[in-house]
Design a protein around this ligand. Structure first.
Ligand SMILES: *Cc1c(COP(=O)(O)O)cnc(C)c1O
Length: 225
């Protein structure tokens, strides 16, 4: 764990008021505990498997965020404890989250993941589909999920102007949806965007949560997992 990077980042975030989701995917519990001992409480994982194992191993006051693609048949494993799901990309998934949250007698905070990158492979809703979701009667009847904002992943490129325009587009959509659908709901306030390589650009465009992994934990070695 890179303590210096953590401290620098924490200072930077104080100025913007944004929160850090420390992305600990592929990293062992010891690494997470080091960051925990430095004061970090919000952690993000991208698979249900890793999330559930680590939640059992690590201190119970950690707030766990799921940031990766979620299959409906796996929602039940994280519904008892997950703090926020950033990767909601269909009404079907949201309906399942609602069902599992109800079983746990709780409300689960969610973000709608919006497709902002120019890459085919990235998950996420098109803005028009997100709007259709929010207009649907099925969504309006869900009592056990709360949509707290939007999440996006920019194109993996060195072209900063492109990344910025993607973040700016998401910021604009956020403002638009807030006005049309969440005017009086102060919980709709989160804009989750920015990773190690582009978090500064995200902060410039109103990110309230940045998801940073390798800058804090070092490069990931997928072969080890
Ligand atoms: C891995 C991951 C991150 C963090 O990426 P880094 O480049 O390691 O900071 C952020 N968001 C999502 C959705 C991820 O899967």
């Amino acid at each position: 764990m890179n303590k210096e990077a953590y401290e620098t980042l924490t200072e930077e975030l104080k100025r913007s008021g944004a929160r850090l989701i420390a992305v600990s995917k592929t990293k062992p519990a010891e690494d997470i505990l080091q960051l925990y001992n430095a004061g970090q409480r919000l952690f993000g994982e991208n698979t249900v498997q890793e999330l559930t194992v680590k939640q059992q191993q690590l201190p119970k006051d950690i707030k766990w965020h799921l940031i990766g693609h979620l299959q409906t048949n796996k929602v039940k494993y994280i519904a008892p404890f997950v703090s926020m799901i950033h990767s909601v990309d269909s009404l079907k998934l949201l309906t399942e989250i609602n069902k599992q949250a109800q079983k746990q007698n709780r409300v689960i905070d969610c973000l709608l993941q919006i497709h902002i990158a120019c890459e085919e492979s990235k998950y996420g809703l098109d803005p028009i589909v997100a709007e259709q979701l929010l207009n649907s009667e099925v969504y309006k009847a869900l009592q056990h999920v709360r949509i707290c904002g939007l999440m996006g992943i920019a194109t993996n490129t060195d072209n900063e102007a492109q990344i910025e325009s993607e973040f700016a587009g998401l910021q604009h959509l956020f403002a638009d949806l807030k006005e049309k659908h969440f005017g009086d709901k102060d919980y709709f306030k989160e804009l989750s965007m920015g990773m190690s390589s582009d978090y500064r650009l995200a902060l410039k465009h109103g990110a309230t949560m940045i998801r940073v992994g390798s800058m804090l934990f070092g490069d990931r070695n997928y072969n080890k997992v």
